[in-house]
Design a binder for this molecule. Sequence first.
Ligand SMILES: C[S@@+](CC[C@H](N)C(=O)[O-])C[C@H]1O[C@@H](n2cnc3c(N)ncnc32)[C@H](O)[C@@H]1O
Length: 319
Amino acid sequence: MELPATLRAAVDRALEGVALAELQRAADILSSRYRAETRDGRLHLSDELFANAYLATRLPATFAAVRASLQSAAELMPYFEPKSLLDLGAGPGTALWAASDCWPTIASATMLEASQSIRKVGMELSDRSGVEHVEWRAADASKSFQAEKADLVTLAYVLDELSPAEGLALAERLWAATTGLLVIVEPGTPAGWRRMMAVRSRLVELGAHLAAPCPHSQACPIIEPDWCHFSRRVARSRLHRLTKRGDVPWEDEKYIFVAASRTPAEAFRSRVLAPARGGSGKIQLKLCQENGSIDEKLLTKRDGELFKTARRVDWGDIL
Ligand SMILES: C[S@@+](CC[C@H](N)C(=O)[O-])C[C@H]1O[C@@H](n2cnc3c(N)ncnc32)[C@H](O)[C@@H]1O
């Protein structure tokens, strides 16, 4: 996946003239704080340098994960045409760009964010997003906050910066603010999946319909140490490679998400939970099924059309 050209140009412009050595140092600190899930009362994006490091190294990957999550829901809700967006923990406005790319019907957005430094960056970028009315406000997700209801509500890569109790309370508040669809995205780690499962259960208790990724609303059938997650390959810009001191022109972003809808989305049979395995004439798929179970399905040429379809599906697709 590539960033939309306008976003890529806006990011390049924002990072013009920033010293590479400073970006590298800030990116190293940032990634060790994210990896350790540090919660020391300080925001990770506490100053301009960390905000710039986030733009250079994390925005492309979080954009890809959020965009893919929204797409999964959109495919099952073809009638959904959101006009308003509410995004919490907005960072540089990643979800605004992903949502308006997925649904060009979005005409207004409220972006809530605690860090002044990243809010400033996000505000400047969003001037070029093409969304008519974008309002940025300071807000603390761990406390109550003021926001009008919105058709689409998003929370991307924020739960890992909150305590489990704060995360659940926030999911409840965001669901109350949702008139159409609430999409929550987290890193695709075992810890991210555990957080997502807690939120998923709470949303189902509150009457939400799971649009994606799950084909059912029963308890998640996955048993630890396994965990559910998906992956998106993201093209790396030259600056990204230099900042991360990496040679590979892409990275694979692992993520997990839940899309909870006010109305039932289209039903589907099963979702592919891992890359397909197999050789000539056979293919093995790990499927989450509508009856609430996981199945390792072995398909061969004898399965005819189903085999042909299975050869084309990718990790995360519905079958
Ligand atoms: C990892 S970034 C994700 C940014 C953006 N959603 C994305 O997907 O790229 C997490 C964001 O949540 C914000 N945040 C963390 N704790 C918060 C809180 N208590 N209230 C509001 N925002 C918070 C951080 O400042 C940061 O901008």
